[in-house]
Ligand binder design. Structure first.
Ligand code: SF4
Length: 393
């Protein structure tokens, strides 16, 4: 039988595993603390475990991190790790230190099948779901590498956002135990407010998350109407905006915060006109308690899209703020290492041919006084991986 990687067990799973070995369940708590709080990977280090248990574990289990392909450190302290997840696939995690917090943005899939028009990951296609241990290993590596490097014994990472590569709610079975490990007081001990799942709007899974592990929720909205969102976030054809907003409202019953964060990637003359700001206000105001996070687009050649100018972003934000909607414009971080959160781009071996389907018609925008009517057409992509451009919006 293959040795099992203990990074894949939440505390309950580890307790069941200990029972299988003929050990008391409470041993799992000790083991779990060694792994996640102390970053131990060698059973011999675990001095308060009986030698007989350590010997048993050494033959049957291991604690193994993901191999690191590269690490880039930005002048602003942002760090981007590229991890090898096998068979030519790589995923990224980004550490973003700020004055009052330190956030780690992590990936849930190698590639992504949703295919959002403005997302470099979406353009690469989908290879596979990450396993629980591969999701947690990104946090484990970042937390314990940084502790060692900074010579600290206390927690470094205060916030985790599932906003890297992949749609986390399309990898639900692996996601839930990973979230539980982040929240567990014997693990990373993060509060539910400090763990955020970002989704493009997988409505049935938002409903399940509300019951299973209601952490903070961020929703990639990106358009004020279905015709435009259908083009930017193809999942909208399955779960249109009205259904999505109803699910968000229901989520608030159990959410750790009293608002939903809506992400809105600002695309020049696609979704950034004053008229569209007014549509957005009509859509959200008084309907869903929310905050709007406007995200400067990270252009990449295959998208055929452009970043909105600062003036257009400001005008858009001002209209929302005047209407009483809390609105922020995301600061770009790690520009020198392509690490702006939200457009992670490792390399994946596409198994879905989604990158070929990306060769398609321009985004059609309803005309208004400031719009040209279409975004620039996307140039044909080839089967080679898209050049990494930094995390997804
Ligand atoms: S934005 Fe998120 S859901 Fe959309 S393609 Fe990118 S990774 Fe997938």
């Amino acid at each position: 039988m293959d040795a099992v990687n203990l990074l894949g067990f939440d505390l309950q799973g580890l307790a069941a595993y200990c029972e299988q070995l003929g050990e008391k369940r409470f041993r799992a708590t000790q083991l779990f603390r060694w792994i996640h709080q102390k970053g131990a990977s060698d059973f011999a280090q675990m001095s308060d475990l009986a030698k007989s248990l350590r010997d048993k574990l050494a033959g049957r289990a291991h604690i193994t991190a993901l191999p690191v392909i590269s690490e880039h450190v930005s002048a602003d302290g942002t760090i981007k790790w590229l991890f090898d997840v096998g068979q030519g696939n790589a995923v990224e995690a980004v550490y973003i230190p700020e004055d009052d917090r330190a956030t780690l943005c992590i990936s849930s899939q190698a590639g992504c099948a949703v295919g959002c028009r403005f997302c470099s990951t979406g353009h690469q296609g989908f290879s596979r779901n990450l396993e629980t241990w591969e999701i947690v290993a990104q946090l484990w590596h970042a937390e314990h590498t940084l502790r060692q490097r900074l010579g600290k014994d206390e927690r470094i990472i205060s916030n985790v956002v599932m906003m890297g590569m992949g749609e986390p709610l399309q990898n639900y079975a692996a996601l839930v135990p990973a979230l539980r490990m982040m929240l567990d007081d014997h693990g990373y001990g993060l509060s539910r407010r400090r763990v955020t799942v970002s989704t493009s709007g997988v409505v049935p899974m938002i409903d399940r998350l509300r019951e299973d592990v209601p952490v903070a929720l961020a929703v990639s909205l990106h358009a004020p109407s279905d015709p435009l969102r259908d083009q930017l976030v193809p999942l909208n054809r399955k779960y249109p905006i009205a259904e999505l907003l109803a699910s968000c409202n229901a989520y608030l019953d159990k959410a750790p915060r009293d608002f939903i964060t809506f992400e809105y990637c600002m695309l020049h003359e696609v979704n950034d006109s004053p008229e569209q700001a007014r549509e957005l206000i009509a859509l959200l105001k008084g309907k869903v308690p929310c905050k709007l996070n406007l995200i400067p687009f990270n252009p990449f050649p295959a998208s055929g899209l452009k970043r909105s100018s600062n003036e257009r972003v400001k005008a858009f934000a001002d209209l929302l703020i005047q209407a009483g909607i809390v609105t922020t414009v995301r600061k770009t971080r790690g520009d020198d290492i392509d690490a702006a959160c939200g457009q992670l781009a490792g390399e994946v071996q596409d198994r879905t041919r989604v990158h070929l389907r990306m060769v398609r018609a321009p985004v059609v925008v309803q005309r208004d006084a400031t719009s040209t009517g279409t975004a620039a057409p996307a140039p044909a992509t080839t089967s080679s991986p898209v050049t990494p451009t930094g995390p997804r919006p």
